[in-house]
Design a protein around this ligand. Structure first.
Ligand code: HEC
Ligand code: HEC
Ligand code: HEC
Ligand code: HEC
Ligand code: HEC
Ligand code: HEC
Ligand code: HEC
Ligand code: HEC
Ligand code: HEC
Length: 383
């Protein structure tokens, strides 16, 4: 008896294929054609899932890689394409024939690269909009590991991202974004998770902080190592950091851009950004002091740059001779006041009084002089 079961088990795959064949032929006989590319109503998802719902179903590629061919029908039903009534054969037209026609992919990646192009049939604009992104350029130059649609959106399990009525990103989709990028950029993700922004997102579900795509975009990601990207960094951070509607909740100053621009470093960078954004700058932008994928709260007891020793290290990258008190030569983001940088404050105040005082005095002097001469001439002219 046990022997028979084992034998049956061994031939399971064959039995499965034969019964699937029988089913498809039956469906074919009923509808009158099997070969012609059928419309979705004619081949129901169930006839595909008859075979593909077997959890152990897999295919071995010539290089030994094994691809699971299991598709979970109930997950598909709840995913956006299932919900929208898109059928298996709408995306897999050539698989409508069973046994399937030979599929010439040599590796799993090869198979995915061939299959993903179907996205353009329904998402035409989106498909074309990605063509100049870093991933697509990398792909075009032969880096086949660069992200394609299906690396970020599994066609069988992807749930709705935007609200159908408002078009707004749904909170649960928003929270998942960095993990999508982490599939390939895992080191950056691990670092991001520890930042002031990343912990707020991953631990508190805070939607005010930037995910990868707030800084890089999604379908239009550009090379972030160019001079242009660097020169525009202050504006990137300022998008949120000058907005009181966001920052007041956290008690964070919204003067950080203005004070940066007023500073000897920032003035130059801003000028570059306006005149020729491609000019490389040797002055620091926000990320030179705060970090990029490792931004910490400024008062973080270990890495915070409100601590002078931590800040000094940042200055020394460009001012290699800087010593312990060097950061004092710079006003940080402070607007001079009686509390912060009183000397600068009083010097400013002095000039604010002195200059109008001197100029005003001169104007009064000139005016009274003219008046005096005028009166004198009038008197002289009357005789
Ligand atoms: C009789 C069982 C059976 C049925 C029914 C069936 N398939 Fe398959 N399918 C297979 C087998 C076996 C393979 C692996 C073929 C190989 O080894 O190249 C496969 C492979 C695939 C692949 C993967 C191609 C690749 O190599 O990456 C897709 C996609 C697919 N089937 C879709 C479908 C769709 C859509 C339907 C319904 C129209 C369907 N299948 C119906 C047995 C079946
Ligand atoms: C919206 C388009 C779309 C729909 C609908 C769709 N697929 Fe796929 N399918 C794809 C793409 C694209 C791939 C390549 C997968 C990848 O890149 O990971 C794929 C891959 C597959 C594979 C190979 C294994 C894998 O996961 O890569 C099988 C098997 C498969 N699909 C079966 C089905 C079945 C069965 C259905 C219906 C229940 C279905 N597909 C519905 C687009 C679709
Ligand atoms: C046969 C048509 C069709 C194909 C092919 C197709 N899709 Fe879709 N897809 C849809 C429809 C319809 C929706 C729902 C759109 C809506 O309501 O805005 C959708 C929704 C989506 C969404 C969610 C959008 C949102 O705003 O929530 C994503 C992501 C998506 N598809 C990705 C893909 C990817 C990736 C591929 C290629 C593997 C693909 N689709 C292929 C028809 C298709
Ligand atoms: C590097 C990862 C990545 C790639 C590659 C990618 N997407 Fe997206 N996609 C996302 C993320 C993340 C979102 C959510 C965007 C948001 O919340 O604003 C998204 C949103 C979407 C949406 C819904 C909102 C919108 O912008 O329309 C659709 C549809 C979509 N993608 C389709 C595609 C298609 C089709 C491709 C391939 C041409 C593709 N995506 C490639 C990550 C990616
Ligand atoms: C399937 C893997 C994969 C996924 C998923 C992915 N990427 Fe990439 N990404 C790559 C590859 C490969 C490159 C090219 C690397 C290179 O050229 O050095 C790249 C390049 C980049 C670059 C340019 C790097 C440079 O030095 O020019 C950025 C920025 C980037 N990805 C951001 C993202 C973001 C943001 C996400 C998520 C929305 C994401 N990636 C998802 C694989 C991926
Ligand atoms: C607060 C803004 C911000 C966030 C959030 C962010 N990045 Fe970046 N990223 C940058 C900046 C700025 C650079 C340019 C670094 C430089 O000058 O070299 C960069 C560079 C990169 C690069 C290319 C250089 C490198 O280090 O390899 C990749 C890839 C990248 N980011 C991916 C990601 C991913 C993935 C995430 C999410 C986990 C993410 N970024 C989150 C701002 C950000
Ligand atoms: C030359 C280094 C440097 C540059 C450039 C710089 N910062 Fe700062 N930033 C600091 C230091 C140091 C502090 C901590 C000040 C303190 O509390 O003593 C700080 C504090 C902050 C804070 C916290 C403010 C608060 O209320 O707690 C934010 C937010 C900030 N910076 C954002 C930015 C942005 C955005 C830019 C670019 C427009 C930028 N920084 C440029 C060094 C810098
Ligand atoms: C999408 C909006 C957004 C963007 C873009 C953004 N931030 Fe933030 N940032 C926040 C929010 C919200 C917080 C407060 C998080 C919290 O405390 O939970 C924050 C906190 C900070 C802090 C910590 C301040 C403190 O309390 O010590 C620093 C430093 C900072 N950001 C720097 C930057 C820099 C530098 C950039 C650009 C590279 C940037 N941020 C881009 C939203 C943003
Ligand atoms: C990315 C490089 C970079 C970083 C980081 C940097 N600086 Fe500078 N800094 C410059 C450049 C370039 C100049 C202009 C030098 C010149 O014109 O002689 C400058 C000028 C100055 C000046 C004007 C006086 C002088 O020496 O010419 C002071 C003060 C100064 N920096 C302080 C700081 C402090 C404090 C830090 C750390 C908080 C810092 N800098 C971080 C690049 C940088």
């Amino acid at each position: 008896m046990e022997n028979l079961l084992m034998k049956l088990n061994r031939y399971r795959r064959l039995i499965l294929i034969l019964s699937g064949l029988a089913l498809v032929i039956l469906v074919g006989l009923m509808t009158g054609r099997v070969e012609a590319a059928p419309a979705s109503q004619e081949i129901a998802n169930e006839s595909c899932l008859f075979c593909h719902s077997q959890p152990q179903m897999a295919k071995t590629f010539p290089n030994g890689e094994v691809l699971s061919l299991f598709i979970d029908g109930s997950t598909f039903e709840h995913a956006v394409h299932g919900q929208e009534g898109i059928a298996c054969v709408d995306c897999h037209e050539q698989m409508a024939q069973v046994p399937h026609p030979a599929f010439a992919a040599q590796t799993i990646r090869d198979a995915k690269l061939q299959l993903y192009t179907v996205c353009q049939e329904c998402h035409f604009d989106r498909y074309n909009s990605v063509l100049d992104s870093v991933h697509q350029t990398a792909l075009a130059s032969g880096n086949f590991n660069a992200a394609i649609c299906t690396d970020c959106h599994n066609p069988h399990t992807q749930t709705r991202i935007t609200d159908k009525d408002t078009g707004e990103t749904l909170p649960e989709a928003h929270l998942f974004i960095p993990e999508t990028c982490a599939r390939c950029h895992s080191a950056i993700y691990e670092s991001y998770k520890q930042t002031v922004h990343g912990t707020a997102l991953t631990e508190e579900g805070n939607l005010d902080v930037p995910t990868c795509i707030d800084c890089h975009g999604v379908h239009n990601i550009q090379d972030p190592t160019t001079s242009q990207f660097r020169n525009e960094t202050p504006l990137l951070c300022a998008k949120c950091h000058t907005d009181p509607a966001i920052m007041d909740k956290y008690g964070i100053s919204t003067d950080v851009l203005d004070t940066y621009v007023a500073d000897f470093h920032g003035t130059t960078v801003t000028l570059f950004e306006k005149t020729d954004p491609n000019l490389p700058t040797n002055k620091p932008v926000c990320t030179d002091c705060h970090g990029i994928h490792d931004i910490k709260p400024v008062k973080d007891p270990q890495a915070g740059i409100a601590i002078k020793e931590n800040l000094l290290v940042k200055c020394q990258r460009c001012h290699p001779d800087a010593t312990a008190n060097f950061p004092d030569s710079w006003m940080s983001h402070y607007i001079p006041s009686v509390q912060n940088y009183p000397v600068v404050y009083y010097v400013n105040l002095f000039y604010k009084i002195l200059i109008p005082g001197v100029l005003g005095g001169m104007v009064i002097y000139v005016l009274t002089d003219i008046y005096r001469r005028f009166i004198a001439r009038k008197k002289g002219g009357a005789h």
